[in-house]
Write a protein that binds this ligand. Structure first.
Ligand code: GLY
Length: 351
C-alpha cells in the first residue's frame, strides 16, 4: 500500500493499494469519531460489484447507513440528483457529525462531494474512487460539482474529502473503455511533470503497475493542489487538453469519453504548440505515439466550427482571456494566456 499526504487547509491522506475497502469502517471510526450514520452514494454498476463489501465494512463498526444508487454515466451528474441525495440524507436525519461516502468514478465523487459541501453547510465525506480517472485526478483536490445544461461542472464548490481510499482491486471491474479513458489523465500527468514516467508508459502501455503509477500521479497532484487549492494559479496546469476536451465531450453528447476527448485535446495543443514554435517538432509525434499505444484518439471528425462557441465560453475563461496549457517539452508545460479569438486560432492550428 502507498500513502500520499495532501497538505491543504484541512489535510488528508490518500491510501492506494489492493484490499483496502474492508478497512473503510475503521478509517471512518478514526477520522469521524462522532459519526453515527453514513450515506453511501454509488452508481448501479459499481454498486453491483463493490457496494456490499463497502457497506459491510461500515456496518461492522456499528455505523447505521443507507445506500443511494444513481444511474451510471455523466448524465446523472445533475442538480436534480444532487437534491435527491440531499433529501435522502435529510429523510434519514443525517447530522453534521455524520458522513457521506462516495463509491465510484468522477460522476459519483463530484456529486457526492457537492452534497457533502452543501448538506447542513458542510459535512465530512470520503472518496472511494473505483475508476482510474477518479483515482489519479477527480477524487483528490476537493473539486465538487454537478453539470448544468449550459456546461460541465458549472454548479460546484471546493470541499476537500476527509480521506481518499483507493482500492486498486476495484479497477478489475472496469471495462477496457473506462480504463483507457483514465489512462488519458495518467498520460497528462506524465506530459506535465515527468518525462521518465512518460517513457515508462510508452514502454509498458496499459500493463503499468497500478498502485505505483496512481501514487505517482496523486503525488504530483497533491503538490499542485497544496500550492493552489482554489485554482487561481498553478492548478490550471491540470487542464492540459481540457479546453478542447470539454468542448468535444459536450459537442459529442458525451459519446466521446472524458479521456478520449482530453486525448484529442492534448494532441491538438501539442500540434498547435509545435506549429507556432512553442515546442520542438517531435513533441506532437511523441504525444500521438503514446496516445495511439493506449488506444486513445488523436483527432476528431467533429467540425471545428461546432466547437468554437464552446471553446469561447470555456469555464476556465477569465474576462476575455483563456489560459491554455502548452507543452514546452515532454515533462514540462507552460501557461499561455490569450484572448478568446487568439485561443480559437491557436486550437485551429493544431487540427
Ligand atoms: N481536475 C483538475 C483539478 O483538480 O484541478
Amino acid at each position: 500500500m502507498k500513502t500520499v499526504y495532501v497538505p491543504v487547509s484541512d489535510p488528508y491522506e490518500v491510501r492506494i493499494g489492493p484490499g483496502l475497502l474492508p478497512t473503510l469502517g475503521s478509517t471512518v471510526r478514526t477520522l469521524c469519531p462522532r459519526a453515527a450514520q453514513y450515506v453511501l452514494v454509488t452508481d448501479a454498476g459499481v454498486g453491483r460489484h463493490w457496494g456490499e463489501i463497502t457497506a459491510s465494512s461500515l456496518d461492522a463498526t456499528g455505523l447505521a447507513g443507507d445506500t443511494y444508487t444513481l444511474p451510471e454515466g455523466e448524465a446523472s451528474k445533475t442538480a436534480a440528483n444532487l437534491v435527491d441525495v440531499l433529501n435522502f440524507a435529510a429523510a434519514r436525519h443525517l447530522t453534521r457529525s455524520d458522513v457521506f461516502i462516495a463509491l465510484g468514478g468522477g460522476m459519483v465523487g463530484d456529486l457526492t462531494g457537492l452534497a457533502a459541501a452543501t448538506y447542513m453547510r458542510g459535512v465530512a465525506y470520503i472518496q472511494l474512487p473505483t475508476t482510474l480517472l477518479a483515482a489519479v485526478d477527480s477524487s483528490v483536490g476537493g473539486k465538487t460539482a454537478v453539470d448544468l445544461p449550459a456546461g460541465k461542472n458549472l454548479m460546484g464548490a471546493f470541499w476537500q474529502p476527509k480521506h481518499v481510499l483507493c482500492d486498486t482491486d476495484t479497477l478489475s471491474t472496469l471495462s477496457d473503455a473506462e480504463f483507457t479513458s483514465g489512462c488519458a489523465e495518467v498520460i497528462k500527468t506524465a506530459v506535465l511533470f515527468d518525462a521518465d514516467l512518460f517513457a515508462r508508459l510508452l514502454r509498458e502501455g496499459k500493463d503499468f503497475d497500478r498502485e505505483a503509477v496512481i501514487a505517482q500521479c496523486v503525488d504530483y497532484k497533491q503538490d499542485v493542489v497544496a500550492e493552489d487549492e482554489r485554482d487561481t494559479g498553478r492548478r490550471a496546469f491540470l487542464n492540459l487538453g481540457h479546453t478542447m476536451g470539454h468542448a468535444l465531450e459536450a459537442e459529442s453528447g458525451f459519446a466521446l469519453s472524458h479521456g478520449q476527448a482530453v486525448a484529442i485535446g492534448m494532441a491538438t495543443v501539442c500540434r498547435a504548440a509545435a506549429k507556432t514554435g512553442l515546442c520542438p517538432d517531435d513533441v506532437p509525434r511523441q504525444m500521438e505515439d503514446i496516445l495511439e499505444k493506449f488506444g486513445l484518439p488523436t483527432r476528431t471528425d467533429i467540425p471545428f466550427s461546432a466547437l468554437v462557441e464552446r471553446i469561447r465560453s470555456d469555464k476556465k475563461r477569465s474576462g476575455g482571456a483563456i489560459s491554455i496549457i502548452v507543452p514546452v517539452r515532454i515533462g514540462a508545460c507552460a501557461i499561455r494566456t490569450m484572448d478568446t479569438a487568439a485561443a480559437v486560432e491557436f486550437m485551429k492550428a493544431g487540427l
